[in-house]
Design a protein around this ligand. Structure first.
Ligand SMILES: Cc1ncc(COP(=O)(O)O)c(C=O)c1O
Length: 388
């Protein structure tokens, strides 16, 4: 057995010679933007998720931005988001001049709590963005039911859940749209990149236009747009990664289950709960630290593990409504969208309090579970944690 001396990294992109060869092929071809590789990647990704359409973008944030724009979300609209997620779930709302409204999360799967969603609905509510956090699907049956009752859109933020399933259906195909990120450490990567999946032809057509300067033809710009296009190099990597995704997810799952099973006896660590009707994508192998039982703050635990050779993730450290951008309303000039006359209400984010998010924030760690880990490295992670 080889001696492990290097830091055990929490995430490493799983790319190899095939991706390198695919990139070289594109570079040799001379066609770099919005060409055959992007088209093929969109078709194969839609096919994999089980939707009619897929629209490739250059990031997950861009996908969230234009999925909402294409669905008509704009000034004066409220969009319900989880209090604990990556920040761009909510900046994408503000980029559309709409207002993020925070609902609490569940204490077992860390996704939107349907009961709290209902409490946050007003006449202004236009959409719900469930995030399949850490790779565990949100409670989609209840969320879809609430959305149907109140005539709301559902935009799935599936940026952490490639290949996850809810009651046999792939996430990203359940709501009106699914939004994906292919950032370097995700279950599959294109370096940077994103995708929107949808069955709605109207949304797909609009999103495609908004992604590329609002163009309808070479010289005609019908609507406001952006340059959010994916390039051919990214799409070529994405195609190879997509073909490996199920196998990589299997290894992630095997690694995660091995860690969770072997850490069950650690009384200060509450390991992830997995609902019996989901397929977890294990973007993270999540565990919650009980700081009282451990006698140490989570951030000190993270530093200690690192000193002893094990890197872990530690996010998100506070509910998002506490971010200075929201508290101080440091957004667009003249405080748009919060001052928008279409909104006609005042919002004060210091008034939000989501009890579960407050309790959980800062206490979640993600254990190394990426597909390149060897069994002896997993054993080192386990013994290092047990020895803290
Ligand atoms: C839940 C969630 N939403 C959105 C994004 C944004 O994706 P990107 O970094 O590709 O813009 C991320 C990325 O980390 C994410 O984790």
């Amino acid at each position: 057995m080889s001696k492990i001396t290097e830091l055990i990294k929490v995430a490493i992109p799983s790319v190899g010679e095939e991706e390198i060869e695919a990139v070289a092929e594109v570079l040799r071809s001379g066609r770099y933007v919005q060409g055959p590789k992007v088209k093929e990647f969109e078709e194969k990704f839609a096919d994999y998720i089980g939707t009619e359409h897929a629209i490739a973008t250059n990031s997950g944030t861009a996908a969230l931005h234009i999925a909402q724009a294409a669905a008509g979300i704009g000034p004066g609209d409220e969009v319900i988001v989880p209090a604990l997620t990556f920040f761009s779930t909510i900046t994408s709302v503000i980029h559309n001049n709409a207002i993020p409204i925070f609902a609490d999360i569940d204490t077992e799967i860390y996704c939107l709590d349907p009961e709290d969603i209902e409490k946050k609905i007003t006449k202004k509510t236009k959409a719900i963005i469930p995030v399949h956090l850490y790779g565990h699907p949100a409670e989609m049956d209840q969320i879809i039911e609430i959305a149907q009752t109140h005539n709301l859109l559902v935009i799935e933020d599936a940026a952490q859940a490639h290949g996850a399933q809810y009651k046999g259906q792939k996430v990203g195909s359940i709501g009106d749209t699914g939004c994906w990120s292919f950032y370097a450490t995700k279950n599959m990567t294109t370096g940077e990149g994103g995708m929107i999946t949808t069955d709605d032809s109207n949304i797909a057509e609009k999103a495609g236009r908004i992604r590329s300067h609002g163009m309808t033809s070479r010289d005609d710009h019908a609507v406001i747009g952006y340059n959010y296009r994916m390039n051919e190099i990214a799409a070529a990597i994405g195609l190879i990664q997509l073909s490996k995704l199920d196998r990589l997810n299997q290894i992630r799952t095997r690694n995660s289950m091995y860690l969770l099973k072997n850490l069950e006896s650690v009384d200060w660590l509450e390991t992830a709960k997995i609902k019996p009707y989901v397929k977890h994508a294990f973007f993270w192998c999540p565990a919650r630290v009980n700081e009282e039982k451990l006698g140490m703050k989570t951030k000190d635990l993270v530093a200690t593990l690192r000193e002893r050779g094990v890197e872990v993730r530690h996010r998100y450290v506070a509910p998002l409504y506490k971010q200075p951008m929201l508290i101080n309303q440091n957004v667009y000039p003249k405080k748009c969208p919060f001052s928008c006359p279409f909104y006609g209400k005042e919002i004060d984010y210091s008034g939000f309090k989501c009890a579960n998010a407050e309790k959980i924030a800062g206490k979640m760690i993600g254990l190394p579970n990426h597909p390149k880990l060897r069994r002896e490295e997993l054993d080192t992670v386990i013994s290092t944690i047990k020895n803290v």
